[in-house]
Design a protein around this ligand. Structure first.
Ligand SMILES: NC(=O)c1ccc[n+]([C@@H]2O[C@H](COP(=O)([O-])OP(=O)(O)OC[C@H]3O[C@@H](n4cnc5c(N)ncnc54)[C@H](OP(=O)(O)O)[C@@H]3O)[C@@H](O)[C@H]2O)c1
Length: 394
């Protein structure tokens, strides 16, 4: 680990600060920490409500009374000095607050106070703000800021599919908030290279007029995933940040993401859902109606049902060597729990990687990075916590 970072961390009280611990995703992340991170971890659960934090703390104690229990930190997000005093006492901060409301003040505080930071923000205009405002400062101050979305990273061209379960209140709130950006920001957010410092034009893999394509290994794929554009923009940022390094993905790299469907009818229904929801988010009255039916803050899919489901992502990497047949590789990631438990896995294990190893790709000192920068160390930690990763040549 970087000696400057080690020195900076020496006198800090908390190994990990979990901000927004009282939310749906925050509670799952706290639970994952209790179940999987070392018992002597010194950590704090933080948020704005003391009573909610106390209730969470007693649940966590029941889960494992033997380990060091987290401290409780009540923070005022509108008071930078008070927030900063807690952040400054922490080596790594996990932020699972409602990003569109208080996400930026947390990033700012981490950059100002020299605290490595990880979140799961997916709102592209907001991520652009984080990058534009804080990348250089984070790089100079040797702070790693990483939106840790669940994304594959090895190999050249790739495509993947994912299944999405019900949404949490925070996700619903973010979708509603995101749709109110001005039309120019929304248009730019769809651009494949919007978060990449190097701009290119995408020559994406062909889909038919129903936004579907057939892959010989994965089967029928539909370009109807809600998060495909966000994930693509982040993977393309990784591509640009690693260009000209020995981990470069190659000059023609591009990433596309799909949902796997069992039939053309299934694909059409998926596409219709995407178009209808996006349409409804655009207009005030239908947006308000959606706000009534979608989960409220703090709510989310049934935790036990989520825990009992299984998530799987698959990816095909296609080499652009010009040889025939085209070399292809297959990779899959699976985890014996649902998407929100997987989010908690990535947040907690990503924070552990920053805390215990902090071996950033290409030895960059810091910056607004992506999960790929945690590299092999993150993969090992995910696998030790129950994730299964398979990679083979086709
Ligand atoms: N990319 C992904 O895969 C992914 C997955 C899950 C979640 N997310 C994102 O993660 C965030 C949290 O989602 P969630 O469903 O866990 O939300 P949630 O259950 O509503 O929890 C939000 C947390 O933020 C706090 N908070 C909300 N508004 C605040 C404000 N104005 N000031 C200070 N704190 C505030 C809440 O504190 P109180 O308890 O005091 O209200 C709570 O701790 C959302 O932005 C969501 O989009 C992303």
């Amino acid at each position: 680990m970087d000696s400057v970072v080690e020195e900076r961390r020496r006198s800090r009280k908390y190994d990990i600060l979990l901000l927004g611990a009282t939310g749906y995703t925050g509670s799952l992340t706290a639970e994952h920490i209790v179940r999987h991170l070392p018992f002597d971890l010194k950590w704090a659960i933080a948020g704005r409500s003391k009573s909610k934090l106390e209730s969470l703390a007693s649940k966590l104690k029941e889960l494992d009374p033997e380990r060091i229990q987290p401290d409780i930190e009540v923070v005022k997000f509108d008071d930078p000095r008070q927030l900063g005093s807690v952040v400054k006492n922490s080596k790594v901060c996990i932020s699972v607050v409602l990003y569109w409301q208080v996400g930026e003040v947390v990033v700012k505080s981490c950059v100002e106070n020299g605290t490595d930071y990880i979140d799961v923000a997916g709102d592209i205009p907001l991520l652009r703000t984080f990058i534009d405002q804080y990348h250089e400062a984070a790089l100079d101050a040797r702070i790693a800021c990483s939106p840790d979305r669940k994304i594959f990273s090895p190999g050249p061209q790739r495509e993947s599919w994912r299944r999405r379960a019900d949404v949490s209140g925070g996700t619903a709130s973010s979708m509603l908030a995101e749709s109110t950006y001005d039309s120019q920001s929304l248009k730019e957010a769809k651009e494949p290279w919007v978060l990449s410092p190097i701009k290119r034009s995408q020559t994406s893999a062909p889909t038919n007029f129903l936004n579907m394509r057939k892959d010989p290994t994965l089967g029928l794929l539909s370009r109807s995933s809600f998060s495909a554009e966000q994930n693509r923009a982040l993977v393309h940022r990784t591509w640009a940040l690693l260009q000209d390094t020995d981990q470069a993905y190659g000059p023609n790299f591009e990433y596309n993401e799909y949902i796997k469907v069992s039939s053309a009818v299934g694909g059409i229904l998926r596409l219709l859902t995407l178009v209808l929801v996006r349409g409804a988010l655009k207009f005030g009255p239908s947006r308000r109606l959606l706000g009534l039916v979608l989960p409220k803050p703090g709510e989310g899919p049934d935790v036990e049902k989520e825990r009992a489901s299984r998530i799987k992502f698959e990816a095909i990497a296609t080499a652009d060597t010009g040889s025939n047949p085209v070399p292809r590789a297959y990779a899959s990631f699976s985890y014996p729990s649902g998407s929100y438990h997987t989010t908690a896995l990535f947040l907690a294990q990503g924070a552990a990687s920053l805390l215990y190893t902090r071996n950033l790709a290409n030895h960059v000192p810091g910056g607004c990075l992506t999960p790929a920068f945690l590299g092999e160390d993150l993969w090992k930690r995910l696998q030790n916590a129950g994730a299964v990763l398979r990679v083979n040549l086709l």
